[in-house]
Ligand binder design. Structure first.
Ligand code: NAD
Ligand code: ZN
Length: 259
């Protein structure tokens, strides 16, 4: 894409945001790669190195050995490390400050939208949040920092301190139901928005990927900012296949200039 062409698309997207009355932003792992967290399906993504079949809830529950492997991967991939929101997260937080954002629907579990400044009650997390680890037996919740301390001390498979039960990150594994309240709210907002902006998602993980379809069916326009194709590319009004950090910060800067 020539820089002129990209600039024209960013300007057109900013104009659509200004005209929109109900903007929903939908994000996936691709928005956080520039913060240092690998995605699943992009180049170098987690699934190019590990087998997704190892990440089912059934496998997690099956044996201590499979839990040990999963904890090692989660730590190794940096999902427990302190990472910072990047320019794309900051731009989306600014849309809320500017009064232009209805809500963020995210598939991410990294808490970076909240850290960038979006109000927690406007962020709907379809796959949970890595900040918490929960005992599957007695329900006690631990902060991720608390569990990380134990892992750093050499504990391979953390267990509940109260009942020795199985601890699991409070995120949705393959084979698990999505949190019903977040799913209900996300469906509602997608069905009633007039503009749906996708940032950094391959849009192939269901039921999350139903959301852009609900928005389209309801007559909303679709903007996609994602490197790599998605099944919704042909129905997007604007498709930008460039890095989210640069594109989103330029887009929101244009919105600010035009207000
Ligand atoms: P995905 O890995 O399927 O797709 C990410 C997309 O983003 C890819 O098409 C990739 O090419 C693109 N991309 C990567 N870097 C980009 C950048 N800088 N700018 C623009 N596009 C970029 O991710 P998904 O659609 O979110 O689905 C994967 C699942 O993995 C989700 O369910 C999510 O819960 C989970 N996950 C979350 C995190 C996180 O919380 N940060 C990280 C990995 C996986
Ligand atoms: Zn317990």
């Amino acid at each position: 894409m020539t820089s002129n062409n990209l600039d024209a698309k960013i300007t057109a997207a900013a104009e659509m945001i200004l005209k929109s009355r109900r903007l929903v932003v939908f994000t996936g792992a691709g928005i956080s790669t520039e913060s240092g967290i690998p995605d699943f399906r992009g180049p170098g993504g987690i699934w190019t190195r590990f087998d997704p079949d190892d990440f089912t809830i059934q496998k997690f529950l099956k044996s201590r050995e499979t839990r040990r492997k999963q904890w090692q991967i989660l730590i190794g991939e940096g999902l427990f490390s302190r990472v910072k929101p990047n320019r794309a997260h900051m731009a989306i937080a600014e849309l809320e400050i500017l009064g232009r954002l209805e809500c963020v629907i995210t598939q991410n579990i990294d808490n970076l939208h909240q850290e960038a400044g979006n109000s927690p009650d406007r962020v709907f997390e379809l796959h949970g949040n890595m900040q918490w680890v929960k005992c599957l037996d007695c329900g006690t919740r631990y902060t991720v920092e608390h569990i990380k301390e134990r892992l750093d001390r050499g504990v391979e498979v953390p267990e509940c301190e109260r009942c020795q039960g199985i601890l699991k990150p409070d995120v949705v594994f393959f084979g698990e139901e999505l949190p019903s309240e977040a799913l209900r709210a996300a469906t509602e907002y997608s069905t009633h928005c007039d503009l749906f902006l996708v940032v950094g998602s391959s849009l192939v993980v269901y039921p999350a990927a139903l959301m852009p379809g609900y928005a389209r069916e309801a007559g909303a326009q679709l903007i996609i900012v994602n490197i790599g194709g998605t099944p919704y590319d042909s129905s997007a009004t604007i498709l930008i296949e460039e890095k989210a950090g640069d594109v989103m910060s330029r887009m929101v800067e244009k919105v600010r200039e035009m207000i």
